[in-house]
Ligand binder design. Structure first.
Ligand code: ADP
Length: 257
């Protein structure tokens, strides 16, 4: 990379402040974070700690008050709003807690939606949507509407929609938050496979301590500050203790909870 960093994501001394009434809210305070390419990262921390704010800055949905966000060598601050939207459409796949599927469109049509922003013809958009649905294991569900799919299947459709443009980066905001234990593990497994098999870089906000068994790195935020060293270790240990989980070894899912 031109600046000598190997990171796909380089968050440099980023702060995000909001003005609420007369108060200034420090949603993020001088956060620096590098995420290597083909890495699966969790952002964890209590509610209000700044996780979504950081995710929105990394995905170019929001801009920092101070500092710089560089993704795949592109400093996002140099892009105007239109350029940023184009950049996002090409480089970032978004996954949400509540799937955000369009109810009146089939799985295939939902997945093909981001391709409307490209100059691909309809047949090619359809072919790529079907390929993405096969990747997430839904080859039997092309024509199904969201209401006829389980929560886990709906999240798979949403993941297919996130990968259909072949983005470098996938950002996921609580992707297992609305799923039962078995489906949550299956989604975490799928995200890990997208990293392993397709080299995707994935940044996921989650409260789910099960995620610790699937990710390469977990970063902990508290009151807008990224914890490091012993503080970060204590936060990870507390999460595992609360979940009754064991830090070692990386577990296999037994599907129970
Ligand atoms: P988390 O995702 O960890 O729950 P957020 O990033 O959503 O935390 O929020 C961090 C802090 O910033 C919170 O105090 C929240 O109330 C505040 N905040 C987030 N977005 C806005 C906004 N648009 N306007 C004012 N305050 C905000």
């Amino acid at each position: 990379m031109a600046d000598g960093s190997n990171a796909l994501i380089d968050v440099r001394n980023v702060s995000r402040h909001y003005v609420r009434n007369v108060d200034e809210v420090h949603a993020l305070d001088d956060v620096s974070l590098e995420v290597p390419a083909a890495c699966f990262v969790a952002l964890m921390g209590p509610s209000g700690s700044g996780k979504s704010t950081l995710l929105n800055l990394i995905s170019g949905i929001d801009r920092p008050s101070e500092g710089e966000v560089i993704v795949a060598g592109q400093p996002l601050s140099t892009l105007d709003e239109d350029e940023l939207a184009t950049w996002r459409a090409r480089h970032v796949g978004l996954i949400f807690q509540f799937f955000n599927l369009i109810p009146v469109l089939s799985a295939r049509e939902n997945v093909a939606l981001p391709l409307l922003l490209t100059d691909l013809d309809k047949a090619e958009r359809r072919r790529r949507a079907e390929t993405a649905l096969r990747v997430v294991g839904l080859e039997e569900r092309f024509d199904h509407f969201p209401r006829t799919l389980s929560g886990g299947e709906q999240q798979r459709v949403a993941i297919a929609r996130a990968i259909v443009t072949d983005p470098d980066l996938i950002v996921a905001d609580e992707p297992t938050g609305d799923l039962d234990a078995r489906n949550a593990e299956a989604i975490l497994d799928l995200l890990r496979a997208l990293k392993n098999e397709f080299g995707k870089t994935i940044v996921m906000v989650t409260h789910d301590s099960r995620a610790l068994r699937y990710v390469d790195e977990a970063h902990h935020l508290d009151k807008g500050v990224l914890l490091t060293g012993e503080e970060a270790e204590r936060a990870a240990a507390a999460l595992l203790a609360a979940a009754g989980a064991h830090p070692m070894p990386p577990a296999r899912s037994d599907g129970s909870s």
